[in-house]
Design a protein around this ligand. Structure first.
Ligand code: B1M
Length: 211
């Protein structure tokens, strides 16, 4: 692989935002294809962070600085993406369920998903079931991803599934659930499509839904 791309990936993993930004610019100046810089530089680095996070080799602060470095690199790359016809791998509508204001885990899920090349429509916290479904329909999302941290709010996920059923979108929109009190058994009980225990697995599962 190109040494410059390796360097982007390595600096990103170290969370060196300024260096990543400069290296991405250098790669563009050297005429490297935008898609290659994205996939073999930025996304490759985030992928390593995702794997290490899942294996408890790095923790939340390292993920946050790596994601910040990726965003800096993306700032440079973004204007060139549209021009070179590089499209997101899929679009996910993400939020913390109604009544719940916890967003640290949800934000990690977003970073990992973006690190996998997915576009994320972040609805924030305290998101009503109808809002998830409306946003998914209006913004053509293939996945609705719900986070909950409270035993008192995780039940809202059942309503998201019901709303999606009612709107007749279950054939084309997958529903993913996660957060500390959520389990695989709960996911099956409410008829959601996937439960994942952490942000990296959530990104992996969402990417798999898009093939
Ligand atoms: Co709250 N809180 N909190 N809190 N809080 C917990 C969750 C709690 C376990 C603390 C405790 O009592 N030991 C408890 C819940 C008990 C329960 O229901 N079983 C609790 C409570 C009770 C409350 C309040 C009700 C307290 C009160 O006011 N009496 C209140 C509720 C407010 C509300 O939401 N309506 C409340 C408020 C708050 C703060 C605002 C102060 C703050 C949130 C700040 C914020 O998020 N911006 C807060 C915090 C920080 C916590 C703790 C300390 C940390 C949560 C966290 O961010 N963890 C938490 C106790 C604890 O966990 N030690 C606690 C780190 C984060 C990375 O983990 O979000 O689990 P987590 O995400 C993980 C996975 O769960 C997964 O990926 C991440 C890791 O990769 N994941 C997904 C998350 N979403 C996913 C979605 C997926 C897949 C994976 O697919 C879609």
């Amino acid at each position: 692989m190109n040494a410059l791309l390796n360097e982007i990936s390595a600096r990103l993993q170290e969370g060196k935002a300024k260096a990543v930004k400069e290296l991405v610019q250098k790669a563009l100046d050297n005429g490297l294809p935008v898609k290659q810089i994205l996939e073999e530089g930025l996304l490759a680095g985030m992928n390593v962070i995702g794997i290490k996070f899942k294996n408890n080799e790095v923790f939340v602060p390292e993920v946050l600085v790596a994601a910040r470095a990726m965003n800096h690199g993306m700032e440079v790359l973004k204007p060139h993406l549209a021009a070179s016809n590089v499209k997101a791998r899929g679009r996910v509508c993400l939020g913390t369920v109604q009544g719940d204001l916890h967003d640290i885990g949800k934000n990690l899920v977003r970073m990992m998903m973006e690190g996998r090349g997915l576009e994320v429509v972040d609805l924030g916290t305290d998101v009503a079931p109808e809002t998830f479904v409306k946003a998914a329909m209006e913004q053509d999302c293939g996945v609705i991803a719900c986070s909950a941290l409270l035993t008192t709010t995780m039940g809202m996920m059942r309503d998201v599934v019901k709303e999606a059923d009612k709107a007749g979108i279950r054939g084309k929109v997958k529903i993913m659930v996660g957060g500390a009190p959520v389990t695989e058994a709960f996911c099956r009980e409410i008829g959601a499509d996937a439960y994942t225990p952490d942000a990296a697995s959530a990104a992996e599962a969402a990417a798999a839904f898009f093939g």
